[in-house]
Design a protein around this ligand. Sequence first.
Ligand code: BJW
Length: 232
Amino acid sequence: MDGIRNIVILTGAGISAESGLRTFRADDGLWEDHRVEDVASPQGFRRDPELVQRFYDARRENVIAAQPNPAHAALARLDEAWEGELLIVTQNIDDLHERAGARRVLHMHGEALSAWCLACDARHRWTGTLLEGPPCPACGEAALRPDIVWFGEMPYRMDEIFAALARADLFVSIGTSGAVYPAAGFVQQAKSARARTLELNLERSQGSAWFDETRLGPASELVPAWVEEMLG
Ligand code: BJW
């Protein structure tokens, strides 16, 4: 693609599906077994913290067991080779982009392997469980919650994301249904910055009409092929 220097890539649960991590809104997705408002809202956490800690303890275990797939590997290769600006904004809480070798990654919905202390505001890398109420390594209070952005909470590093979108020449959305804002609106922001827009997904997303181009198929095939085009 000619004339492209600055790239913003948005990834969602679909990019990690072939690594064995369940998406949210598929028939066999996470929201089939859990009510969103119970496990992914601050109100749900206040009502039943044990349910929420159990949910994220299990997710953390699954993330640790999963391995990056060819789509993560291809984006890491692009990140390594691309000399212009590049930002991978992921809605995913797994660390598969990083484990594949990507460096320019921003987790807008938080991270499974991080715990946030509600008493002292410290964040800690966390690979164990939180259900039993372990003390915060910084202040000693048993006040750790998953470092996850729930519904009604502000996603992380929005200023950086909006600034990158304003400079983007190309916006690529991979494996996301376009059901959750503000991420679902990024394509419109990219278009107002005159970026070209490309969607790579198994099926059309809710915002599909906004994209200049849509390619349908599994991320493990579409993403390596697109990266080859970019670097080839
Ligand atoms: C494959 C594949 C394969 C499968 N290959 N593809 C109207 C306007 C604006 C906002 C709102 C609004 N109404 C309500 C809101 C607020 C709300 C919201 O969006 N609600 C919607 C339900 C409408 N948003 C919020 O509350 C957010 N905060 C907020 O808005 O703050 C105010 C603000 C204002 C202005 C600027 C900035 C902020 C917070 C949202 C937090 C979302 N949290 C969750 C859970 C935490 C993370 C976790 O537990 O993992 O994040 S919800 C869940 O959905 C998770 C995901 O990151 C997110 C998106 O899901 P994703 O990734 O798209 O997954 P799926 O399952 O939906 O789709 C998978 C896709 O992959 C599908 O399309 C498949 O086809 C595809 N696929 N296999 C390629 N092999």
